[in-house]
Design a protein around this ligand. Structure first.
Ligand code: ZN
Length: 275
């Protein structure tokens, strides 16, 4: 059976055959309808605390679906805001389009951004990402929209290494990055209860999506599109479609929001040094 992907034969519209929860009521991403979002005083009263330690960073790898930077040690974490307890950073990765006009998973009043960065955290009470991944309160993901503009200095550390992980399964060392620098200047965020946006699509994610995008250069987005889904230049792998094997359009389109509330919080975000 071919693996899941983003092609016409194995793309998001096919995932729920193998992962029925994909038809559930708590799926992600969603279209954020700003008029329906509601400010929540509870969120304002409990600032989201972000505490990342760049020395926890491990290698960067090509998963066949994108690039991913792993974290270890559990010192890099977030708490507060919509979260109960502390959530440790496990990895960050990105979704992007083949063209600059699309690529984000969440959309805002129907608007697609060029890319969307995801910082994936697990609830420390479960001890590991694997144990937390399918629990209702297991995961918390920070989503950051990327739009075309000036060069993103922090993401240069990623884009500078992509030539070393062109093929699926490869990993490389990367200069330690500080994810604080990915955050937009305006710290307004939306939050709602959702899911992983890739199989197994577990409905375990508290989403925290920053309202303002940060910038990335057209050249840097172009570097993302040099990654390949297959393991070598001559082997296309069994998930290849009728194209060039480039990783792009690796995003799931919005799912129904249904009865879910999307809460907003204006500026209650605090950056804290790890202990
Ligand atoms: Zn993601």
């Amino acid at each position: 059976m071919p693996g899941w992907g983003y092609g016409s034969k194995n793309g998001p519209q096919t995932w729920s055959r193998q992962f029925p929860v994909g038809e559930g009521k708590r799926q992600s991403p969603i279209d954020i309808v700003t008029e329906k979002t509601r400010p929540d005083p509870v969120l304002e009263a409990s600032p989201l605390e972000i505490s990342y330690d760049p020395s926890d960073q491990q290698s960067i790898g090509n998963t066949g679906h994108g690039w991913k930077v792993d974290y270890m040690g559990g010192q890099s974490s977030i708490r507060g805001g919509p979260l109960e307890g502390t959530y440790a950073l496990a990895q960050y990765h990105c979704h992007w389009g083949r063209e600059d006009e699309r690529g984000s998973e969440h959309t805002v009043d129907g608007h697609k951004y060029a890319a969307e960065l995801h910082l994936v955290h697990y609830n420390k009470k479960y001890g590991s990402f694997a144990a937390a991944a399918d629990k209702d309160d297991g995961l918390a993901v920070i989503g950051i929209f990327l739009k075309v503009g000036k060069e993103n200095k922090e993401l240069l550390k990623v884009t500078n290494t992509l030539k070393n992980i062109k093929y699926c399964g490869s990993t490389a060392k990367m200069e330690p990055s500080d994810p604080d620098n990915f955050m937009p200047d305006t710290r307004r965020y939306w939050t709602y209860e959702g899911s992983l946006t890739t199989p197994p699509l577990y409905e375990s994610v508290t989403w925290i999506v920053f309202a303002e995008p940060t910038e990335i250069s057209r050249e840097q987005l172009g570097e993302f599109r040099h990654l390949r889904r297959h393991t070598t230049d001559d082997e296309k792998g069994d998930d290849s479609d009728d194209d060039d094997g480039v990783i792009a359009d690796n995003y799931r389109p919005p799912m129904p929001t249904g009865e879910r509330a999307v809460r907003s919080c204006n500026a209650a975000v605090r950056f804290v040094r790890p202990q």
